[in-house]
Design a protein. Sequence first.
Length: 528
Amino acid sequence: MTRPVLLVVVLALSLITTTAVAGVFLRYSAFSEPHALRVLSSPLLTPFGSDVLGHLVVSVSGKGCVLEKIILIDKDGDSWEVDINEVLPSGSSVPIKFVVEGAADDFPVGFDYTGILISDAGTTYTVFASTIMTTSWGSVPEWSQFMHDAQNTGYAGGYTPTSINRQVWRVQLADSPLDVKGGPILTHNGIVAVVEEDGPNGPQPHVYLIDPSTGDVINSFALEWAGDPTFGPVAAFGLVFFATEDYVLAVNPVTGEVVWNVSSEEIGDKYMLKPDSSLPYFGYLGIYNDKLLMYTLYFDSAVSRPYKPAALCFDAHTGDILWKIALGEGYWGSGFHANSPAIADGTMWFVDWYGYVWGINIDDGSVRMELYTGKPIQQWTGPAYYNGYLFYIDTNNEVVAIDTSVPEVVWTYGIGYTVSSPAVALDKVFAASNSKIFAFEYKTGDLIWSQSVNNLNTPFIVANGYVYAVCASNWLYIFDANTGEQLYAYQYGWFTNWQNIAWSTCLFLYDGTIYYIDYSGGLHAITE
């Protein structure tokens, strides 16, 4: 029995309505034979002033035809017709862009919508029936940042296959995986990657927007003036946020428009957008409600202990700096700060290089928690938050669990060398060394199961009841998340057209497809 094809549409609503942007799940309806049109990728709808801008890809079988119009029907039964009149040759796959004028205010959350394609083939096809659903994160897409969400859970729902052995597509992004800052994410519009490229004035960010179904590049653009990208992307409100050594930016990935940017001079040059110039820096931002959050360093050369951990908060819609704070008494060296905050319970949580764990109230920047553990966080990893507990991997390669309500360290467990962030779901915390994946009861640290893997040097992910691990030794594993049973193992590499996953880059799974960066700087989509 063939599974239903699940796709995501995003209807991004006008800010005037204050209605959150939300995911729309849709299914193909059955087509009667013979048919001429088939949707290959979901209609992706994004704000365009008071209008809605759409993008989809259709294929043509049988004779060629003309796509005459697209119709969207809103909650009141009103039809929004878009005249297309585009010639679709036989056997082709054609990207279609369209604008639904004045529709942004008429597609609120919680109602069913129907989309129809009409062609001159003489048949009207209903191509989707969809329901807009809110999420706990409001206007945030399915895999909006490193480790999936603001809590860094590494956990997703959707369709989760028990075998993955086929490459759908590969697209070259960069000369090196180190140039793909933060790895790819799924936005409301497609897959976004921010790549460091050489421009006329030195390193510059190059933004790619990619169709997740086909690998087609929907849009790409460079910001030659912005400088070396240093913080990986995060998505919300139809925008993508990232930072360079000189700016924090919000961009529209569909149009390439820079919606706002804040320079390092405006922030204050002591708050560093590139905390250590001697090291490749992979930082990550976070979104909470309408705020964009950053964990970085503060540097004051005029004092004997010049380095402090620091946090900043921006209005995600305007770029206004809402607050900024430098923490602690200061340190002599900068350490290594390539990790991300976890954002939950109205708080920005992060672990610094000096052995302090911080909780900063998002509303006003005040300190909610300051806990000295003496256990600095492992480089390249980030903390994860779950039901009042914060988990991270320290530089002794131990899982550290903190009950933030006390606060205190409640358990630790040594797992061996790792650059993989923990994942949390199903009342468990999952962590991995280079050679093993472990599952613990999250409150007590009791070991539930462990399984061997071969050279795991990148974050793994959990989806529904499965754990997915793509290893640098050309092995891919799927485990039962509850029992640890190995359900699947596949050796890819030299005998396939896959390439080895890049060390320490993040991956994500969406609707049965895993996306990852290879050692040659290419983005892969692999599935069952």
